[in-house]
Design a protein around this ligand. Structure first.
Ligand code: MCN
Ligand code: MOS
Length: 762
């Protein structure tokens, strides 16, 4: 078995779509057999260490390399002064670059942790030692540490995010009940356990990269453009990924530097970022603030929402975290005004972290709905039900499916919400105050084209191949299930190969779109291969089934005549009889996405053809409702979660076990967001102090209560070929609000800035 192949360990005929088999890559992972990108043995490896800036703004006047270059084992020291430029690459949205040159090592410094040098040596220890010998001469300049310092100003308006529906100001003024509150979220980092890194090897003009990737084709295109070589000359290999959460979708500067060093040395180079370096090599979620004003009539019908959002970005890059993504969608509200501003500060450019936009948006909105419920003297769940929109209030389109009422009902029932005493502090368990809180969440259905190869092998087994990746989501398993369904095969007879850019193409595994689009592509290719097989069985002169019927069924590895006209024929026997060693079909879903064959490259290597949730007749989204019980120790101010019930609508679940596990993963991350996570900015130096796993707190097992996940979805034929909607990001959306609302219920204290810590509650 090649290291890229995964053979299912378990299976039965019920392992098709909708079945609950465990992950087929699971055993290899827990046995340590799964080789991650940086585990790949590559001969003649040289080891690289990055050196990063210690000032927030200014210039590198010079770097003295003498001592480092003279250190034992050192092969190469790259600095801004001695590194030739690369070609600028087009953006991930497919826009042409503004300049022609790209210099991953620049003398101008815009944030602490910016990469300024690379030291390559025979061993990692030698490179690490030599890196300490570089003498950097800086010229420091004034900087902005974060967007809450007074000098940061109001930033720039983001007109594409402006929404003006009706007249929010007038409606607010005439509302019976109004609330107004400001909510904040800090910088939050992705922190996958596998850090960023890569091994780069050149063979002539061909570049092979072993690098964890959520988007093999997009990253391969980026490297090809940087180095001025063809897309086909780049091979990116990423069979397993130790988590990404949005941080491994794009080629990053350290990848350019390592690949350049490999080319200059004529030797493969391996670079693994240190944990602190991962905090500045990729930006994570931008810090945000939102001012929300809600107005309702005395019955609790929402009249108006006024929403103002601020977020930070970097000095040299714009990342937009759309703060009204949930605000504009969740409730029936005739008057809505929303604006957003972005403030550049001296930080690495923020980027995608699980549910960018929807996550902070729902935190503010769902806390504000709880505040409104208390202002009205109504139950928070009843308030939400009263304002359920029959159609998308923003686009005016009908929902493709919105089983939010069913989610509220199922979640509340299982949780026992009806037994809640609404008075803050009224529910106790001995010395502990109990808090019951709830909130809703949503995530859009995004769609792109996919491509897959399905191969029926001589032994009757089936192979599926695609360049798409599995970050731990279950892609290997659900794509095996898709083929198993079409051929009526046990999972053990399906082999899935993913994570290699030379395989059939796939767009980014982001935006929770991958499962829907790739099950569609695999299903299409599998059906085409099955049709061809049946055609050969009926028509090939050497086939034992020639002419026995008009059609044949395929199940359990055999071809079956509909009325028993002939005994079932194993696929393997047919292939032997007709002298074939395989039957294969390569199919894409470009046409289904309104694209032409000539759009293929662009469709898979940029996000320019990704379709919005309202592109088409309907507005398409996944939905969820969270119910949380926690206990607050009055003396200590500590919060312990006791149980969480989440009901969700993501349409058909390809594998309910894995979808539930995705929702739980989102919930766990939401617990971290609510109670633990946040980059602490030292304003004196504009650096994040807690840039390591000891100080950047993430939830551990002991922080996680029992979590019950209930699916209320039904197949949504508009959302995807097989009827599923996205799951990967849904679970985190609204969870922090449910916790903050439960904390209020327990204590009577509204904490509007995350994370909620002891200091807030003592
Ligand atoms: N699934 C299902 N039925 C559906 C939809 C999904 O059974 N209707 C299951 C499948 O097992 C599928 C998984 O859920 O493999 C995720 O599917 P999908 O919602 O399409 O999300 P993607 O495959 O596009 O994965 C990306 C998504 C994103 S954008 C982030 S961020 C995230 C997430 O997935 N990062 C993750 N989940 C993660 N899970 C792990 N373990 N690690 C990450 O880094
Ligand atoms: Mo997910 S943040 O869209 O990779």
């Amino acid at each position: 078995m090649s290291p890229l192949d995964i053979s299912p360990q378990r299976g039965d005929a019920g392992d098709g779509i909708g079945g609950r088999p465990p992950r087929i890559d699971g055993l290899a992972k827990i046995r340590g057999e799964a080789a991650y990108a940086m585990d790949q043995p590559v001969e003649g490896l040289a080891h690289a260490v990055l050196v990063t800036a210690t000032i927030a703004a200014g210039w590198v006047r010079g770097i003295d390399r003498t001592a480092a270059e003279a250190a034992p084992g050192v092969l190469l020291v790259l600095t801004p002064g001695n590194t030739p430029p690369l070609h600028a690459a087009s953006t991930w949205t497919g826009e042409a670059p503004p300049t022609s040159e790209y210099r991953p090592l620049e003398p101008e410094i815009r944030h602490v942790g910016q990469q300024i040098a690379l030291v390559v040596a025979e061993s990692l220890e030698q490179a690490t030692e030599a890196a300490t010998l570089l003498r950097v001469d800086y010229e420091a300049a004034p900087f902005l540490a974060d967007f809450t310092v007074p000098d940061a100003g109001e930033g720039q308006d983001l007109p594409p995010l402006t929404i003006e529906r009706g007249d929010a100001d007038t409606a607010l003024a005439s509302a019976d009940i109004r609330i107004s509150a400001e909510y904040g979220t800090p910088r939050e980092y992705n922190v996958p356990i596998e850090p960023h890194g890569l091994t780069a090897r050149w063979d002539g003009d061909a570049l092979t990269l072993w690098e964890p990737s959520q988007w093999l084709d997009g990253m391969a295109r980026n490297y090809a453009e940087w180095f001025g070589i063809g897309f086909e000359q780049v091979r990116l290999i990423s069979p397993y990924i130790g988590g990404g959460f949005g941080s491994k979708a794009l080629a990053l500067p350290h990848g350019a530097i390592a690949a350049q060093a490999a080319r200059m040395l004529g030797r493969p180079v391996k670079l693994v970022l240190t944990r602190p370096q991962t905090f500045t090599a990729f930006g994570g979620r931008a810090a945000t603030r939102q001012l929300l004003e809600l107005g309702a009539d005395a019955d609790g019908h929402l009249l108006a929402i006024r929403h103002r959002g601020w977020q930070e970005t970097s000095r040299n890059g714009l990342w937009v975290e759309p703060l009204n993504a949930a605000t504009a969608l969740m409730y029936e509200v005739p008057h809505l005004s929303s604006r957003q501003r972005v403030v550049p500060v001296n930080t690495v450019t923020p980027s995608a972290k699980r549910a960018p936009g929807e996550n902070p948006s729902a935190f503010a909105l769902e806390c504000a709905m709880d505040e409104l419920a208390y202002a009205l003297g109504q139950d928070p769940l009843a308030l939400r039900l009263r304002n359920e929109p029959g159609r998308d209030p923003h686009s005016g389109k009908l929902w493709s499916s919105r089983r939010m009422r069913e989610a509220y009902a199922a979640g509340a029932d299982s949780f026992g919400w009806a037994r809640r005493n609404p008075t803050p502090g009224a529910m106790r368990d001995g010395p502990l105050r109990l808090g019951w809180g709830m909130a809703a969440g949503t995530y859009p259905v995004r769609r792109s084209a996919g491509e897959a190869m399905v191969r029926i092998l001589a032994d009757g087994g089936v192979e599926v191949a695609s360049s798409t990746s599995d970050m731990g989501t279950g892609a290997y398993t659900i794509l095996a299930q898709t083929a198993a369904s079409v051929f009526g095969l046990p999972l053990a007879r399906v082999r899935v190969t993913l994570g290699d850019s030379t395989l059939p193409r796939a767009p980014v595994s982001g935006g929770s779109q991958m499962a829907g689009l790739m099950t569609g592509a695999v299903d299409k290719a599998a059906r085409a291969a099955r049709e061809e097989l049946i055609g050969l069985a009926l028509n090939d002169p050497r086939s034992p089934l020639r002419g026995v019927a008009n059609t044949l069924a395929v199940a359990e590895g055999r071809l079956i005549a509909p009325r028993g006209e002939a005994p079932p024929l194993p696929i393997a026997e047919l292939l032997t009889a007709i002298g074939r060693d395989r039957v294969e079909a390569l199919r894409d879903t470009l046409a289904e996405n309104g694209l032409k064959p000539e759009d293929r490259y662009r469709a898979f290597t940029t996000v320019s053809t990704m379709r919005a949730p309202t592109d088409g007749e309907y507005s398409m989204h996944s939905w969820c409702a969270h119910f949380v019980e926690l206990a607050v120790d009055e003396a200590l101010g500590s919060v312990r979660l006791r149980r969480i019930v989440t009901a969700f609508d993501a349409g058909l679940l390809y594998n309910p076990r894995l979808a539930e596990s995705q929702i739980k993963g989102g919930i766990v991350m939401g617990i971290g967001q609510a109670l633990l996570e946040g980059g602490i900015v030292d304003r004196r130096h504009a650096r994040v102090l807690n840039n390591n796993l000891a100080d950047y707190l993430l939830p551990t097992h002991a922080d996680i209560p029992p979590i019950e996940v209930i699916s209320v979805g039904e197949p949504d034929p508009h959302a995807s070929a097989l009827g599923g909607k996205g799951v990967g990001e849904l679970g985190i959306v609204g969870l922090a609000a449910a916790i903050a609302n439960a904390v209020f219920h327990a204590t009577g204290k509204r904490v509007r800035d995350l994370p909620i810590t002891l200091a807030d509650l003592c």
